[in-house]
Design a protein around this ligand. Structure first.
Ligand code: ADP
Ligand code: MG
Ligand code: MG
Ligand code: K
Length: 367
């Protein structure tokens, strides 16, 4: 029989709608002569439901964002790793099986999706899945540990200070003094484990520091304060596993934010059209080569698998710094990651197919 692919989308993070739109694109692009597809939505409160296979439902229509709605058809993964089955449960009815799943495509962004938690669930159930495993997913979701691992591999990162919850609660003034000794304004203050620029502020004078840390703490008890680079050029590079498992880099691209945005914030990312994407980026040959080399090195340093988007800062003096890795980057046909691969000769349906094939080859990463 054809391999059965469960496409999982929606989820509990603030990127629920983005994930649904992505799923619409992926469901349309999967080759049905080659794979059988089971769409599974996760509601905003975390329930797994069996979705209809109607990708057009997941598009943005009349400015309305799609979402996963609660239904009676709840889905669970069998906890018997020897069967790897998906089971549908309706109230009052005998549970029925959807049969064995060969691979899961978790199209989820942010906490409970990109952070190793669903990957752990899938490891327990013995089901292969697209993308990075538990450790790489968790590391790339935590900006502090991500930087520590980059630095220990000799990859260039901006200077930073981590503000841990116990330190802040014990003596916030001491933390503020330490930040001011080690960094200079402007600095960026961020929740350590989030994405989409949520909770991030740029601090241009030290009087704003305390409030910025408190604001970031609303999202995550651990906060990162980073040396700001100004003016900064933001360069991204896609990494994808080749058939033999070797990670390969795409052409780099650049994001240019126009207008009165202080940085590439949530509004600029999703809500207005104030950003220009240059694919490929306008860089000299040596810098292009260095971005691609560092992208693969960063992917290897974190033991990523399948795919990742590596994001860089290019400082005015020409220094390249690795900012972060996103292990499940935006994935609509208009998102940066697929656009960079398109420009590198891998079109969207081929990209989807290569990711599924890589997951099928890998099987369970612990075995
Ligand atoms: P997220 O995971 O939410 O995307 P990032 O660390 O990538 O978080 O920060 C979001 C944006 O904030 C970046 O794309 C950039 O525009 C700006 N930014 C973050 N850190 C810095 C920095 N150290 N120097 C300059 N700009 C920064
Ligand atoms: Mg991120
Ligand atoms: Mg980012
Ligand atoms: K990340």
């Amino acid at each position: 029989r054809k391999p059965r692919v469960a496409v999982v989308f929606g989820g509990r993070s603030s990127e629920h709608a983005v994930s649904c739109v992505t799923a619409g694109s992926v469901l349309s692009a999967i080759d049905r002569s080659k794979y059988e597809v089971i769409p599974i939505g996760i509601t905003q409160d975390g329930r797994w439901v069996l979705e209809e296979d109607r990708p057009e439902r997941l598009a943005i229509t009349d400015g309305r964002l799609p979402s996963v709605e609660p239904s009676n058809q709840l889905v669970a993964l069998s906890n018997d790793p020897t069967v790897r089955e998906l089971i549908v449960q309706e109230p009052g009815a005998v549970p029925k099986t959807l049969g064995e799943v060969d691979v899961v495509f978790p199209l989820l962004h942010g906490p409970y999706g990109e952070d190793g938690t669903i990957q752990g669930l899938l490891e327990l159930a013995g089901v292969p899945y697209v993308g990075s495993g538990v450790l790489a997913s968790a590391l790339c979701m935590d900006k502090e540990y991500m930087k520590r691992v980059f630095a220990s591999h000799g990859l260039p990162v901006v200077p930073w200070v981590a503000v841990r919850p116990r330190e802040w609660e014990r003596d916030a003034d001491a933390v503020l003094r330490r930040v001011q000794e080690e960094l200079e304004p402007p600095v960026f203050v961020k929740p350590s484990r989030l994405g989409s620029s949520i909770g991030i502020s740029k601090v241009s004078s030290w009087e704003e520091l305390r409030a910025a840390i408190e604001a970031a703490r609303e999202h995550d008890p651990k906060v990162l304060v980073e040396q700001g680079i100004t003016p900064v050029r933001e360069i991204e590079c896609g990494v994808l596993e080749a058939e033999d498992g070797t990670p390969e880099a795409s052409v780099p691209a650049e994001i240019r934010v126009r207008g009165d945005h202080q940085f590439y914030d949530f509004q600029a990312k999703y809500l207005d059209d104030s950003t220009d994407l240059d694919v490929p980026a306008d860089l000299d040959e040596a810098t292009t080569r260095e971005v691609r080399r560092l992208a693969v090195a960063a992917f290897e340093a974190m033991s990523c698998e399948g795919l990742a988007r590596v994001d860089f800062f290019l400082a005015p003096d020409g220094t390249l710094l690795v900012n972060e890795i996103n292990t499940m980057p935006g994935f609509t046909p208009y998102s940066m990651y697929p656009l960079m691969w398109q420009a590198s000769g891998v079109d969207y349906p081929t990209l989807v197919d290569r990711l599924i094939q890589a997951a099928l080859r890998r099987r369970n990463s612990l075995l």
